[in-house]
Ligand binder design. Structure first.
Ligand SMILES: Nc1ncnc2c1ncn2[C@@H]1O[C@H](COP(=O)(O)OP(=O)(O)OP(=O)(O)O)[C@@H](O)[C@H]1O
Ligand SMILES: [Ca+2]
Length: 842
């Protein structure tokens, strides 16, 4: 909390705090929570977990530490607790909001009616922090309109909706001081003492401690203080050792988890500053920043949409319900931090950061789970406890039997107990001997070290994985990874470098000269291609004053954009020449993306770009060498198919560009209908087919070999063309010869999809390469393999890989190219995207 209160105008913040404090106090009372927090507004202080534990302590005498022992299953309660905290925070946020609104209403009353600027703007901006934050948090569309919509807001925040803030240090600092920074106070980790305290609360240890005390007392009684303390003392020492080692190990693990979390949260993303895309850390985002969003991204801060194309947001992380919300800049432009982009793309203007967003409040209050246990640990803990209890029971039985025998005189010992004859002191000595036997049984039987050994081993392997560039999100993954029998890897970026360049191109019914692509192009083809490339792209080209070009976007986009630059494309100029009517964003399902643009002369051009053979199938004509539209007859289709085949053979990824004219009168006039408009995708005119090279990663071949030798089969599941997939698979050793490259070793996604469940199971084992697969095919394959008894590891980067990653026994997400959604569904994040690291992990 501290940093945001120091960042905002002190006067308002104080008032805000007081009221919010009062109301949150009420909420707390209602919930009857033992939360102890000096500053009630400081929700970062929810000391919930230990209290929960204490409460359980009180409730059940037997369950000493429910979080560690006496569980034979993983802790579902913990997840519920987290959900609970979320819900509470949401309620909190509502209360805080209500408090602000209440106060504002009070403020407004004297000066008659609701002037929109009831809070004093600071820092040279025309709008104050609270005002701004409340507009976005309440999704207050009328208020946004009062401020002049997004453009008005951008003006007030001294930013440009297209170019962003200018991004000099002074400006950024000023914004941070005025509106806060996009960070939240970290929840303090638990102290070492805390772990010590937790470590001794363990049934087996308590049994041992009692045994130590008993043994100490008995020893001293029978052998005197000098000699008698050995047994008891050594048991006590062992117990102490176990407690300390457990505590140290847990403590170190919690520190490590904190580091991991910091790393996990430190998302790097591209934003627009000074008209240029720059990569910054999510923590450096300030109010006024303009951020492009694409499928799979996490919304990094609260904001409003500047432009969006089919943008759909998954708000489940905030609202708790799985619901996809369509955003558009007129009706619902508000974006909540922490949500995921489910589809489409757009640009947002940041209006709220850090603790001023609901997500910030949430993150500041949830302590990351550090006490996670793996299935093996849970099982071993169960076993240890079970053995302990059995030991205790046996010891008790022995005790009872021996005592009974002793006191009934059924022993053969010389000084056995004879009723009336044996004096009290002898009788006690005899009984003590028997008790000592029982204690010994307990000490021997309780296997305290067992679970500890596992914990230590796992902690070690996690550290080792980190060194191998793998970030472990779920500790149990370390355990499972060792037993993986097959790896389903995607191609792009994992097996290949993800550095793409166009190396071959066909246009006008012939192959272009790769030393100078534009020379053999007709002016018509050149201008249409340039238009299609510049407009139909989620990437961007920035030309600095010195004339240097910087290209950003996904690797495929970058390759095509830089090819466009070679054709003489002036990105900004082309973009400003025509206005975009509607967009169908690229997705892996359809493998193509398209859009409609309106030219100044009222012509409507529709451009498509996507997987070559798919786009080719939608074409009915092509642009010949002179720029005239010619029908695509059988010969020409065969020619282009062969061209694609040749390029794929050479392991190139093929992308086709096509366009068509469209009657402007048929374009829906109404904005809502335009939003629903399905862009025509038939009768296209083929403009060009390009072959993009994406070299194999060095070392991948060895890594694959290593896996094969270890009995782990590597399979490639890719969205790319089957031939391209085959060529790459041969290159990196997934297929060893052309002869092996037959169905069902090599299979196309749609063939696999069409099979019945049982048939899929039949052939799943044999599949080495699957080409032109949709994300769902990957899921199907994983399911089939699992049913065949395989332990499946899956690597992936895309949003649509999430289901497969989730389904897999071990999901590995790519740290660099991977989308946030994919990372969230994974167990391990491969930081350098390298397949060799995947192999090291296993
Ligand atoms: N931005 C893009 N615009 C148009 N077409 C594209 C774009 N990106 C990829 N493609 C085409 O779609 C095909 C498949 O893309 P998809 O996203 O399914 O696979 P991928 O994830 O890139 O590959 P992999 O599954 O190996 O990681 C590519 O072969 C290419 O032809
Ligand atoms: Ca992929």
């Amino acid at each position: 909390m501290n940093n945001s209160s120091s960042n905002s105008s002190p006067y308002h913040r104080q008032q805000y705090d007081e009221e919010a404090a009062a109301s949150s106090r009420r909420v707390k009372d209602e919930e009857d929570d033992d939360e102890t927090s000096d500053d009630p507004f400081d929700i970062t202080n929810t000391k919930n977990a230990p209290i929960e534990r204490l409460r359980r302590w009180r409730q059940a005498a037997l369950v000493l530490n429910a979080s560690r022992r006496f569980r034979y299953t993983l802790d579902l309660k913990k997840q519920n607790d987290r959900e609970d905290i979320r819900r509470r925070i949401r309620a909190h946020a509502q209360v805080i909001r209500a408090a602000i609104l209440f106060r504002e209403a009070g403020d407004r009353a004297p000066h008659v009616s609701g002037s929109p600027k009831s809070t004093t703007p600071t820092g040279g901006f025309e709008i104050g922090l609270e005002e701004l934050a409340s507009v976005t948090r309440d999704h207050d569309l009328p208020a946004l309109e009062r401020h002049g919509g997004v453009t008005g807001l951008a003006g007030m925040l001294k930013t440009n909706p297209e170019k962003g803030i200018n991004g000099d240090d002074a400006d950024i600092l000023n914004r941070k001081n005025t509106f806060g920074s996009n960070t939240y106070p970290k929840k303090k980790g638990r102290s070492f003492l805390n772990f010590l305290w937790e470590a001794w609360q363990d049934l087996t240890l308590i049994i041992l401690m009692v045994a130590a005390a008993a043994s100490l007392a008995l020893g001293i009684k029978t052998e005197g203080i000098k000699e008698g303390w050995y047994d008891g003392g050594s048991i006590a020492f062992a117990v102490l050792l176990v407690i300390v080692v457990t505590a140290i190990s847990d403590y170190r693990q919690s520190l490590q988890f904190q580091n991991l979390n910091d790393e996990k949260r430190n998302i790097h993303l591209e934003i627009v500053r000074g008209g240029k895309r720059v990569e910054v850390s999510i923590f450096d985002i300030v109010v006024g920043d303009v951020i492009p969003l694409k499928i799979g991204d996490q919304v990094p801060a609260d904001g409003v949409l500047v432009v969006g194309h089919s943008l759909a947001i998954d708000e489940s992380s905030m609202t708790g319900e799985a619901k996809i919300v369509h955003k558009d800049h007129r009706k619902d432009p508000f974006l909540m931090s922490g949500c995921k982009v489910a589809d489409g793309y757009g640009t947002m203007l940041v209006t709220g950061v850090g603790i001023n967003t609901e997500w910030g409040l949430l993150m500041a209050s949830i302590s990351e789970d550090t006490g996670e246990e793996t299935p093996l640990q849970v099982r071993l803990n169960g076993v240890a406890t079970f053995i302990g209890i059995v030991g205790l029971a046996v010891a008790l039985v022995v005790l009872v039997v021996l005592l009974a025998r002793y006191f009934t005189g059924h022993t053969r010992e010389p000084n056995r107990f004879i009723k009336g004859k044996t004096n009290v002191s002898d009788a006690v000595d005899g009984a003590i001997k028997i008790v000592t036997v029982a204690v010994t049984i307990v000490v021997v039987a309780v296997p305290e070290g067992l679970p500890l050994a596992v914990t230590l081993t796992l902690a070690y392997s996690m550290r080792k994985m980190m060194a191998d560039k793998a970030l472990v999100r779920r500790l149990s993954a370390c355990e499972t990874m060792g037993s993986a029998t097959t790896i389903c890897s995607d191609k792009t970026g994992t097996l290949t470098l993800n550095q793409m360049t166009v190396v071959e191109a066909y246009s006008g019914g012939k192959k272009l000269d790769s030393s100078d692509y534009s020379r053999s192009l007709s002016p018509t083809a050149q201008s249409l291609l340039v238009e299609g490339i510049a407009q139909n792209s989620t990437g961007s080209v920035f030309t600095s004053e010195g004339g240097e070009v910087e290209i950003s976007g996904s690797p495929t986009e970058k390759a095509i954009l830089s090819w466009g630059v070679k054709l003489g494309m002036k990105f900004e100029v082309v973009r400003s020449e025509a206005s975009i009517l509607h967009v169908f964003p690229f997705n892996s399902e359809k493998k193509r993306g398209g859009l409609a643009v309106k030219l100044p002369n009222n012509e409507v051009h529709i451009h498509w770009k996507g997987a070559a053979e798919i786009v080719l199938a939608s074409c009915s004509s092509f642009l010949d060498a002179d720029g005239a539209v010619k029908p695509l007859d059988e010969d020409k289709v065969a020619y282009h198919k062969k061209a694609i085949g040749d390029m794929a053979e050479g392991s190139l990824r093929c992308v086709a560009l096509a366009y068509r004219l469209f009657d402007i009168n048929k374009v829906p006039k109404d904005e809502d209908q335009l939003e629903q408009w399905v862009i025509p995708e038939e009768d296209l005119v083929l403009l060009a087919i390009v072959g993009i090279k994406d070299p194999c990663r060095p070392g991948v071949k060895n890594a694959v070999q290593l896996c094969t030798n270890a009995g782990v089969k590597v399979r490639m599941v890719t969205g790319d063309n089957l031939q391209t997939a085959k060529a790459i698979a041969l290159e990196c050793g997934i297929l060893d010869s052309d002869a092996a490259a037959t169905e069902p070793n090599l299979i196309e996604g749609k063939v696999f999809r069409a099979l019945s469940d049982s048939a899929r199971e039949e052939i799943a084992d044999k599949i080495s390469v699957m080409g032109r697969s949709s994300p769902n095919d990957k899921l199907l394959l994983v399911k089939a393999l699992k049913r065949r008894g395989h332990v499946v590891a899956v690597t992936g980067d895309g949003t649509n890989d999430a289901p497969a990653l989730h389904e897999a026994d071990i999901g590995l997400a790519m740290g660099i190219a991977g989308t946030e959604v994919a990372k969230e569904s994974s167990d391990i994040i491969i930081l350098d995207d390298n397949f060799s690291s995947v192999v090291k992990v296993s």
